[in-house]
Design a protein around this ligand. Structure first.
Ligand code: ADP
Ligand code: ADP
Ligand code: ZN
Length: 211
């Protein structure tokens, strides 16, 4: 089974994808996580991607598509989180899977109003060491601002600052929202009310991907 998680930044895609991938034995592919790792390690990809990410713009399609080709497991079984984000990326994914006799089986649209997204992004804190994601109010670590898993001091992502958030939401609307119709036409889009708490969303998510 190949799943795509679609939705605005801060909708909770990564939080849910990590847990569901573990429970169902799927591979979680987050292009955002891979890009941030590349930036941290100053790889050629990271150097090209950084300026786009800092501005909240999309990294060019060719770079993202090449990246996905590189990390795609041959047998599939993937949760794509934050990819595709443009029609060109979606078409490239369809072609890539088709060559291997696979397809996107379901697309889960994380439906959340803008004010919820802004609240989630502004309280998001991440571990710069292991990548764990927290929220100061909705999913706090046990000890103030310290990662539960590795003890590192949590940080706010640079692109979660308010000016950049506004641009990311605009980019989502212009470049990514057209994917809703793209997948709706294929009859594989499922809308999920992602404004509930983390546990409720997870239970609902499990239901919609198993029916
Ligand atoms: P969020 O989880 O808040 O939606 P991501 O971690 O998915 O953000 O992405 C962070 C940044 O990485 C994006 O603003 C964009 O610059 C870049 N990025 C991630 N995935 C893609 C993609 N599929 N296409 C283009 N750029 C991407
Ligand atoms: P995305 O991957 O879609 O950008 P994240 O999974 O990183 O979103 O979640 C964004 C922020 O909101 C994080 O701080 C996370 O802890 C928090 N969060 C995720 N899901 C929920 C939820 N259902 N209710 C409240 N906060 C949530
Ligand atoms: Zn950590």
């Amino acid at each position: 089974m190949n799943l795509v998680f679609l939705g605005p930044p801060g909708a909770g895609k990564g939080t849910q994808a990590k847990r569901l991938a573990q429970e169902l034995g799927l591979v979680h592919i987050s292009t955002g996580d891979i890009l941030r790792e590349a930036v941290k390690n100053q790889t050629p990809l990271g150097k090209k991607a950084k300026e786009y990410m800092d501005r909240g713009e999309l990294v060019p399609d060719e770079l993202i598509i090449a990246l996905i080709e590189e990390v795609m497991p041959p047998g599939g079984g993937v949760i794509f989180d934050g990819f595709p984000r443009t029609i060109a990326q979606a078409q490239a994914l369809d072609r890539m899977l088709e060559k291997k006799g696979m397809k996107v089986d379901r697309v889960v649209l994380f439906d959340v109003p803008d004010d919820v997204v802004v609240e989630r992004l502004s309280g998001r804190r991440v571990c710069p060491n292991c990548g764990a994601v927290y929220h100061i109010k909705f999913n706090p670590p046990k000890n103030d601002e310290i990662c539960d898993r590795c003890g590192t001091k949590l940080v706010q992502r640079d692109d979660d600052r308010e000016e950049v958030v506004r641009n990311r939401l605009e980019v989502y609307r212009k470049q990514t929202e057209p994917l809703i119709e793209y997948y709706e036409r294929k009859g594989i889009l499922i809308r999920l009310d992602a404004s509930k708490d983390i546990e409720d969303v997870y239970q609902e998510l499990k239901k919609v991907v198993s029916t």
